[in-house]
Design a protein around this ligand. Structure first.
Ligand code: 2RA
Length: 350
């Protein structure tokens, strides 16, 4: 039989992409139930070409549901995912509430699909978009070379901060368009005003070395997620990781520079072969022809795009990469849907 799916948070930025993906992928689901906060209940959204009414989140909406994809704030997931799981629903959750719970697998289907089968709490966690934007490429290289250390800088799109992030950048861009701003200290700040939305500084004509909230010793929550989640997904609890997360004036698609150090010497030729054949990765790397991935071209696509593959000049065991991934697709909705599809196979097989 075809399993029943619930999409919880169907009206949000990621929920919207989830519905697009469900309309594009093989039609493996029976009923698809759309769920959101009471504020959005009654709205009609299109999925698989049909209009479906949005239901208000309640325990009853999980009756008869086999798998639920959640994209809701951490505190909502923390409350509702266990309630759904208690009704027998397998919850695939895109919040940070359960990612580091030892009884909740953190899954990237191209890297650790087997982990999705062992879920003592009935919950499978989806990683954060920054980790997801690079981990498929890094995981493929790790499988061959054995990863020892990861040093990354992110260039994160504003849609990572939700609709508010996108609206903030668009509003600020209108205020600075056609101006001579960006030539004197503080001129951009004065032009965009005090309302910087979810960001601590203006994001138009700027880069902001901050994403998430403050953690110990000056690290951001986003940087800790990159470290903790990479370790858990790759099964390397002692992996050395240093991340610096930066917000840039891009609507959608996170980019990262990656310095990856491995057990032994690596060659660029072999790294390129691995990246060119790894599922979910596109190698786009010909600087002589001006070919490298950028968010403007990667947005709206599914794979992790890799360019600028070089061996570190001062360390023959390390590679340098530039990686781009659509933070709403592979970084959120797509990976969640892929996990849900993995779980669905258990229902169709059984
Ligand atoms: C961001 N990674 O880009 C976050 C969203 N989960 O802000």
């Amino acid at each position: 039989r075809k399993p029943t799916l619930a999409v919880v948070g169907a009206t949000g930025a990621v929920g919207t992409v989830m519905l697009q993906i469900l309309s594009q992928h093989a039609d493996i689901w029976g009923e698809i139930r759309l769920v959101a906060s009471p504020r959005s209940a009654g709205r009609k959204l299109t999925v698989r070409g049909e209009q479906v009414e949005v239901l208000a989140l309640s325990e009853d909406v999980f009756d008869g549901v086999d798998v639920a994809m959640f994209d809701v704030p951490d505190e909502v997931a923390a409350q509702w995912a266990p309630l759904a799981a208690a009704k027998g629903v397998v919850v695939v959750d895109n919040s940070a509430a359960f990612r580091m719970d030892p009884d909740v697998p953190l899954v990237v289907p191209e890297v650790n699909p087997h982990a999705a089968r062992v879920r003592p709490r009935g919950i499978v966690a989806n990683p954060n978009c920054t980790t997801l934007s690079m981990i498929v490429a890094v995981g493929a290289l790790h499988a061959e070379f054995g990863l020892r250390e990861l040093i990354v800088s992110s260039y994160q799109a504003v849609s990572g901060a939700g609709r508010d992030g996108v609206e903030t950048l668009r509003r600020q861009l209108k205020l600075v368009a056609g101006s001579e701003l960006g030539t004197s200290p503080g001129d951009v700040r004065r032009a965009v005003g005090d309302d910087t939305g979810p960001f601590p500084e203006p994001v138009a004509l700027n880069v902001v070395p901050w994403a998430g909230s403050l953690r110990e010793d000056g690290w951001s929550s986003e940087e800790m997620k990159v470290r903790d989640e990479s370790r858990k997904i790759l099964g390397l609890p002692g992996l050395r990781v240093a991340a610096t997360c930066v917000r840039v004036p891009v609507i959608t698609t996170h980019s990262l520079t990656v310095h990856a150090r491995f057990e032994d010497e690596v060659t660029v030729d072999r790294a390129r072969e691995i990246l060119a054949t790894a599922p979910g990765v596109v190698l786009f790397d010909n600087p002589a022809a001006g070919e490298f991935p950028t968010p403007a071209d990667v947005v709206g696509t599914d794979p992790t795009w890799v360019g600028r593959v070089r061996r570190a000049l001062d360390d023959p065991t390390a590679l340098e990469l530039f990686v781009c991934g659509d933070n709403l697709r592979k970084g959120a909705a797509l990976n969640t849907a892929q996990i849900a599809e993995l779980v669905a196979k258990e229902f169709t097989a059984g």
